[in-house]
Structures are given as structure tokens and as C-alpha cells.
Write a protein that binds this ligand. Structure first.
Ligand SMILES: O=C(O)C(=O)C[C@]1(C(=O)O)C=C[C@@H](O)C=C1
Length: 423
């Protein structure tokens, strides 16, 4: 892996090609610095249609052209990066100094305006998350990649872009919660961007009600938090007698930070105990999630897919669509059922009037109209021949199919949170 400020040009110097099944892999590199571009690739023998996991699909020729386009892009980005280096040294752009070297441990969240490639690449894996320090997503990044340098971003989209622009190495983003359901925004972004799911992590979410020190429940006229967190605590807030205004903000820790920065005595935040510590808040009530098995599933995203394996439990996430009607769903589901492949998630979203912009090799992507988009997670690796056959069949029935990633399942046990208690 390299940062983009390598002075050397980029050559196509290694190619591994495995025909017939799924994996096509290119390694584009220069000396010890290597950029990897991998493509999951399968061509249906009958129809000649092909599906890919994001980067490209089609003939070997198309694929090689895609690699040379990528190489060209990298060269031009290297030039940009050299230009940006001066700006960074003059503190005109990103501040990517690791947390422990800063005078204050709280990092500012990145915004779109900050997205210029970083000339720095330290020893630690840089992991982008949405929110500010103290957000659950930061904890998920730490669980997924212990010891990583967590990079706060103000929007999900920015987290995707930090990885695409090599500012971060990975992104860790929430996709579903046991109480609140799917976080559709991130599924849409997975379609629009070229990142691959390389892992998942489940995080038990233990919410606290935070106020400024000395504030009592009776003073409160408003509770602010991330919409998912508000939804996860709805009944507990009512039980606490807090029938006050609920207001949605970008993230839980950001809510605590906002109250602290504006010295709001009438407002409480739903956030983590770590957010209380970071922003000098008191914990008025602890464990206020409605269900003590409240857990959020995050996916780990990278520029390249991982090589699927069969020696441990793997999960594969796909998204597909058909131009007309929904009858295709039965056929698709039977492709998995006949092969004894369990599904862990199925989700449909109407998309009749909203075109989806799909990532492709052109910069802007392609806008496509579908009636419905379906997301399915199943318990098998793409290295498993059953999964390969199921997807070959699914491809027959669908007009669009993408493998979002094939990755190890998070099997770590977790214990439920303790009950709500008002301090
Ligand atoms: O706001 C945060 O702290 C987040 O990390 C976001 C988020 C989410 O998007 O679901 C993550 C976990 C919890 O479910 C609540 C909020």
C-alpha cells in the first residue's frame, strides 16, 4: 500500500488472471510501493453478461484499459499531491497529525472542503468514520482496527471520499441497528462509490442521557441526538418523564459537543459515556436504550476487496435490481434456498422515481432507473462454489447485480447492556 506522493511513475507490472470463475486481480506497482486494484469478475457462458464487484466488468481488454486509466489517474494525482504538500506544510489544508501529538485530543471532523490528498502516511492504519470523537462509530473503528488512527468526518460521503483519495486506508460505517433497522444512506453510497466491504463489526450501543454538570431533569425542554439514537431511546425517554422536544443532529457525540460549546442548560444529549468524558458533561441517566440487546452493525470498507476464503465463516453482501416488477425476487431467493445458503438480511427499497447513480469508469457514474433495489446478505464466501453458482443464476434474472463484498463474519460474543438508571 502506498500514499500517492510516490515520486515514481506507476507501471502495470504484475497480473494474476484466474479465468472461468470469479477472481481477477491486478497489481499495479512501482518498486516497493504498490497500489492494488482487484476485480471480482465472472462471465456467464450463456448470455455473455458479466458482473463485477465494483471496479469494472467485461472483457480482458476492457479490464486492462481500466487499469491503464487508473494508472494515469494515479500519476496525475501524484502531481496534485506534490502541489498539495506545500499547502499542508503551510497548514492550509488537512491536519492529519496523530491525536497524541496534538495539544488537544479532540480532532475536528473533516468536511468536503478538506478533501485534498494527504502527503502523510504514518505507521498506523487510518480509519475514517462519520461523527466526532466520542461517537459510536469511532468506537466501532477501534473495535474493527485496534490501535488505528481514527479520522472523524462530518458526513458519510466524506468518509467514502477520504478512502478513495487515500487520505484514509479504511472507512467504518453503520449499516443497520437491531432497533432502528437499515441505514439506507450508506447502502446508496456503496452503490455510488467503488469501495468494497472487507469486514463487519457489531457494536453493542449503550446510550446515556448527558447534560451540563448540575442540570436536573426538570430543567430540560429538549433532547438532541442522532436520529437512530433518538429512535433507540424513545420509550425510555417517555418513562423518564421527558416528553420534551426531540431534535435530530448529525451524530451523538456532536450533540454533546454542541451543548457544551453553547452552554445549554435546558438541553440534553443522547450519547456515549466517552462523549460525556470528552465534552465535560454529566451522565443524568445511564443505559437508556429501549432494548438492552441494542447493537449496531458496521461495515469496514477498503479500496480493494479481500480474497474470499472458505476456512472460516464468511458473509457476502450483494445488491441487485430488475427493470420491471418484483417477481424476480422469488427466483433470486430460490437460487440461495436450493443451495442451502442462509440469508442474514434482505431489504428492498422502492426507487421508481429516483435514479441511482452507479459508480463506473467514467467520473460521473451512470444514472439508472430501477423500480426496486434489493440488498441481500448471505452466509457463504465468494470462494464457495455454491455462492458462485447461486450468483450466476441470480444474474440471469436481474438487470443489475453487484457484489458489495465477501468478508469474514463478526463472530465475537457480546453481552447485553445494563438497565437504565437515573443518576
Ligand atoms: O452518532 C453516532 O455516534 C454514530 O456513530 C452513528 C450511529 C448510527 O448511525 O446508527 C451509530 C450507532 C448508533 O446506532 C447510533 C448512531
Amino acid at each position: 500500500m502506498q500514499s500517492l506522493n510516490s515520486p515514481a511513475g506507476v507501471d502495470l507490472n504484475s497480473l494474476i488472471w484466474k479465468t472461468g470463475t470469479t477472481l481477477t486481480r491486478a497489481i499495479i506497482g512501482s518498486g516497493h510501493r504498490t497500489i492494488q486494484c482487484s476485480i471480482n469478475f465472472s462471465t456467464n457462458q450463456t448470455t455473455g453478461k458479466s458482473f463485477g464487484s465494483g471496479h469494472t466488468s467485461g472483457t480482458r481488454y476492457e479490464w486492462q484499459s481500466a487499469c491503464s486509466i487508473l494508472a494515469g489517474k494515479v500519476e496525475s494525482q501524484q502531481q496534485n499531491t506534490a502541489d498539495d504538500a506545500a499547502a499542508v506544510n503551510g497548514h492550509a489544508t488537512l491536519d492529519l497529525v496523530p491525536v497524541e501529538q496534538q495539544s488537544t485530543p479532540i480532532r475536528k471532523a473533516l468536511s468536503i472542503a478538506d478533501l485534498s490528498p494527504s502527503p502523510m502516511h504514518g505507521q498506523k492504519l487510518r480509519v475514517a468514520y462519520q461523527g466526532v470523537p466520542g461517537a459510536y462509530s469511532e468506537a466501532a473503528a477501534g473495535k474493527a482496527y485496534p490501535g488505528c488512527e481514527a479520522i472523524p468526518c462530518d458526513q458519510f460521503e466524506v468518509a467514502f471520499q477520504t478512502v478513495e483519495l487515500w487520505i484514509a486506508d479504511r472507512a467504518v460505517l453503520p449499516v443497520e441497528n437491531s432497533l432502528g433497522g437499515s441505514i439506507h444512506r450508506n447502502y446508496d453510497l456503496l452503490l455510488r462509490h467503488r469501495l468494497h466491504i472487507v469486514g463487519e463489526v457489531q457494536l453493542p450501543v449503550h446510550h446515556c442521557l448527558l447534560t451540563l454538570p448540575g442540570v436536573r431533569k426538570e430543567y430540560l425542554t429538549r433532547v438532541i441526538s442522532h436520529p437512530q439514537a433518538l429512535a433507540q431511546c424513545e420509550q425510555s425517554l417517555t418513562k423518564l418523564g421527558l416528553n420534551v422536544i426531540r431534535e435530530a443532529v448529525d451524530d451523538t457525540a456532536g450533540a454533546a459537543e454542541y451543548i457544551a460549546a453553547n452552554k445549554l442548560l435546558d438541553t440534553a444529549a443522547i450519547a456515549s459515556a466517552r462523549a460525556a468524558e470528552l465534552y465535560g458533561m454529566q451522565i443524568l441517566a445511564d443505559g437508556i436504550q429501549d432494548d438492552h440487546n441494542n447493537v449496531t452493525r458496521f461495515v469496514m470498507l477498503a479500496r480493494e476487496p479481500i480474497i474470499p476464503r472458505i476456512d472460516r465463516p464468511f458473509k457476502t453482501s450483494i445488491v441487485f435490481a430488475h427493470d420491471e416488477g418484483t417477481s424476480v425476487l422469488f427466483k433470486v431467493l430460490s437460487a440461495f434456498a436450493f443451495r442451502d445458503i442462509s440469508l442474514t438480511k434482505i431489504e428492498s427499497r422502492p426507487h421508481r422515481h429516483r435514479p441511482i447513480r452507479l459508480a463506473d469508469d467514467a467520473n460521473g457514474g451512470v444514472a439508472k432507473h430501477f423500480e426496486y433495489i434489493f440488498y441481500v446478505d448471505f452466509e457463504a464466501s465468494m470462494a464457495d462454489v455454491r455462492a458462485q453458482n447461486a450468483l450466476a443464476e441470480v444474474q440471469e434474472f436481474t438487470s443489475f447485480l453487484r457484489v458489495l463484498g465477501s468478508y469474514p463474519m463478526d463472530m465475537t460474543p457480546w453481552s447485553p447492556s445494563s438497565s437504565a438508571a437515573v443518576e
